[in-house]
Design a protein around this ligand. Structure first.
Ligand code: GLN
Length: 454
């Protein structure tokens, strides 16, 4: 009730939610009954959960921020939603996002932008700005997001929250409306590292419905976070700092906060090691070929027949109806990327664009392998700037894309990454995050280190 009250009080300004559940209190009461009956429920039973609208739910509409799916009701729950319900979490509602998760500011949502609770004139990050803003504004203690190029970590950075992108395949993508299938990962957003770890324990692990789901037995991430908060895990930890990360483009307060965080880690015994990752600078370019290519293929299913909206064209052909529907249903950023993607995949250009981008992807994976032969984790600022103003970059897609420079490499390589708050930038008083990256499957290391640093 307290969270519903909070939503009623502030969400008119923040606009983190696209839909608020009308039966959250019934679900909570049912969990109380189960607990009273002696059922053993997990640590998060009864805890409210906000769900990014990219994840399908049977009891609330799922739009992925697009008009083409307005009012769409899914016949099944995403695996992460089903697992959250089974663990007794209480879905509060669906959160706002850039259309089909394309963006860094939520300004590409078909339902209007979300506002950053720290300063309502500024962006909450994207694409999962709704989940991060809801957590930052105390509308929910915890939320689910998805991260294809930074959409969990960059919103966490600009809202002073924690956001974790798990190892690719560590959390099921079943029921996550696909953006770019080789990059997408679902993960938690919260106010503390332990809260994210607890939610990751609930949603993670093998799912036969997702063909790319890993069959690993994962350790308890909550235990890892508790260990980090207790022990001296920073002693002797080798922390890699990338020499090639450009100084230009990084806001002074972001760089300063990053250096302070490193100094604090060094003071607790961490060894700061310079490492070279010469191909990271090509990550954004490779990503913005691979992502549109995969997205154009994934979005072909919105064909006016199978899902959502249909615009009828009297006397028109099937193609006319399809074209009219996609014209009315998709926003400008989605159209831009579908056009880019189909071009990059077209005969004659496939090798030059998509093929080259995949080679760069391999080089970035090799950069990570080389780096992790020398260090235990890599640290970077989570994003180059603090929250920019709504409207500031909306007409300049390239500037918007460059915001992902530090987050994208993890998606290209599949490695896990976490953003945790590292203070406020001196010049604007806005939150800054530090990102840690670990080798594939070493998600627990991020929770251990994150909890030690936060
Ligand atoms: N900002 C990135 C993009 O626009 C990241 C998106 C995401 O992670 N879903 O593609």
């Amino acid at each position: 009730q307290a969270h519903l009250d909070r939503i009623a009080a502030v969400d008119g300004d923040v606009h983190a939610f696209l839909h608020v559940s009308d039966h959250a209190l019934d679900v909570a009461a049912d969990i109380d009954r189960r607990r009273a009956a002696g059922e053993h429920l997990g640590a998060l039973a009864g805890v409210p959960l906000a769900i990014k609208d990219v994840l399908v739910t049977t009891d609330m509409p799922s739009t992925s921020g697009s008009k083409i799916l307005e009012g769409f009701m899914s016949p099944y729950d995403a695996t992460v939603v089903a697992r959250s319900r089974a663990a007794g979490l209480v879905p509060l509602g669906k959160t706002n996002m850039d259309e089909f998760a394309m963006g860094s500011s939520t300004e590409h949502s078909a339902y209007g932008p979300t506002h950053n609770p720290w300063d309502l004139d500024r962006i909450p990050g994207g694409s999962g700005g709704g989940s991060a803003a809801a957590v930052a504004a105390f509308e929910t203690p915890i939320a689910l997001g998805s991260d294809t190029g930074g959409s969990i970590r960059q919103p966490a950075h600009v809202t002073g929250t924690v956001g974790m992108k798990p190892t690719y395949g560590g959390v099921s993508r079943y029921g996550a409306i696909a953006l770019a299938s080789s990059l997408d990962q679902v993960g938690p957003v919260s106010r503390t590292v332990l809260d994210s770890a607890l939610l990751h324990d609930v949603i993670g692990g093998h799912d036969p419905h997702d063909a790319t789901s890993l069959t690993d037995q994962w350790p308890s991430f909550a235990d890892a976070a508790r260990e980090g908060a207790r022990g001296d895990v920073l002693k002797g930890l080798r922390v890699g700092v990338i020499t090639e990360l450009p100084d230009s483009g990084f806001q002074a307060g972001v760089s300063a906060s990053f250096r302070e965080a490193l100094d604090a880690m060094a003071a607790q015994g961490a060894e700061i090691v310079e490492i070279s990752a010469p191909h990271f600078e090509y990550g954004v370019a490779a990503y913005y070929l691979i992502l549109p290519a995969e997205a154009s293929s994934n979005l072909a299913k919105f064909d006016s027949v199978r899902f959502g909206m249909r615009v009828n064209v009297p006397g028109g052909t099937v193609e006319d109806v399809m074209a009219a529907t996609r014209d009315a249903g998709f926003g400008p950023e989605v159209k831009r990327r579908v056009i880019l993607g189909t071009y990059a995949l077209s005969a004659g250009y496939y090798d030059a664009y998509y093929g080259s981008a995949q080679k760069v992807r391999t080089l970035i994976q090799q950069d990570f392998e080389n780096a992790f032969s020398q260090v235990d984790i890599i640290a970077t600022p989570s994003a180059p700037t603090t929250a920019f103003r709504l409207g500031e970059k909306i007409d300049d897609p390239l500037q918007m894309y460059l915001n992902d420079v530090t987050t994208i490499p993890a998606n290209l390589a599949g490695v896990p990454g976490i953003s945790i708050p590292s203070g406020l930038a001196a010049e604007d008083g806005l939150p800054v995050g530090i990102q840690f990256l670990a080798p594939l499957r070493e998600d627990a290391r991020l929770y251990r280190v994150g909890a030690a640093v936060e």
